[in-house]
Design a protein around this ligand. Sequence first.
Ligand code: HEM
Length: 402
Amino acid sequence: MTVAPFNPFAPGFTENPYPEYARLRAEAPVHEHPLGFWIVSAYAEVNALLRAGLSVENRHLAPHPARDAIREAVGDRDLRGGGLSMLDRDAPDHTRLRRLVTKVFTPRAVAALEPDVTGIVDAALDRLAAAGGGGDLVDELAFPLPFTVINRMLGMPPGEADRVRDLTGLLVRSLEPLPDPEHAIRVYAADQELSAMVAEVIEHKRANPADDLLTALIRAEEDGDVLSDDELVSQVVLLYVAGHETTVNLISNGVVALLRHPDQLAALRADPALIGNAVEELLRYDSPVQLSRRITTAPFAVGGTEIPAGTFVLANLAGANTDELFWGPDAADLRLDRENARHHVSFGAGPHHCLGAALARLEGRVAIGRLVERFPDLALAGDVTWNGRINLRGAAKVPVSV
Ligand code: HEM
């Protein structure tokens, strides 16, 4: 059977990519794309791929005409902070960088944020209530919560917020598949600007230590962990981008899913203790990060197919999260009491498993839990608009009445 190539540019894909993922699982769970990359879309295979310890370093990519054309247009400018963040490094560098950030990003440090998170959520809900009984859920809650939290943790000056929002919005394009050269160059410029801003904040923090994550990270560096200045900047930029561009989607997509399933929303209202499992099921049902990537350094056998060395492979997290073979015939349904919801791969798996999962879960739980509790008449007040992204796919406008 000839399989039609995966086409994320088909009309309607970013509004609802799930039929395309179902087709891929049925026709080619391990699929070779004519543009030179592969995409793996079934649960067992995605897990195997992520846990196999494959590379994330682009230098292992074999030459390919489609990729090389982009490279040529972009020149030697690296699109992701010189590839210095832990997300782009293999062991032993990955292990060293991740250990350093894990040292300050402890479960205790995250749990201590709960009062702060609750305060930010309640202020956002007050705004929604005051604004004539509604507004845009993304502008009022889904964006400001994770953005304010990561800003406070890292200590970025509040005056820069709008510019940082623009820059991180550009930077996440480096996580999109198939970037075109024109975008690639804008992403590069955004990365340079944000890195320069972060470097300035780090210098200021060195002279004026405070009780925040950034100061702790600088101290860990100064305590003898070998870390260059550029590496420190890259980890902070990564935390910035990963710290809010993802969680925004958890909250906005999660609320959209609930509002489209009134029976499930009613079940959550009847039993607020369901919120922990509800957040897991919402993460599974509509993954805030749809894809992650690996690079083979040797032929890699998965699902009975051999992927050659030097290949760019997309792990289809959202495809895995909706695979009937693993989840059963109701895989496409939202069921907040699903027993194994936590087995989703929305935070990845293996060595690069999301470092911020505990923080994302806390923010999701408090934001969605308190929103639902406070507004018994919460409803959609217009059409949902999607952000047009393939990977960090999310609802960009969610008009609600409260
Ligand atoms: C890695 C998803 C929130 C920090 C990852 C990965 C995924 C992911 C899928 C793995 C990428 C890979 O396999 O290559 C998410 C989702 C979030 C979220 C869905 C929200 C719902 C956060 C937050 C932070 C964060 C709030 C920090 C403040 C990181 C970091 C990594 C990472 C540092 C890199 C880990 C490594 O390479 O070892 N995340 N993330 N994430 N995430 Fe998250």
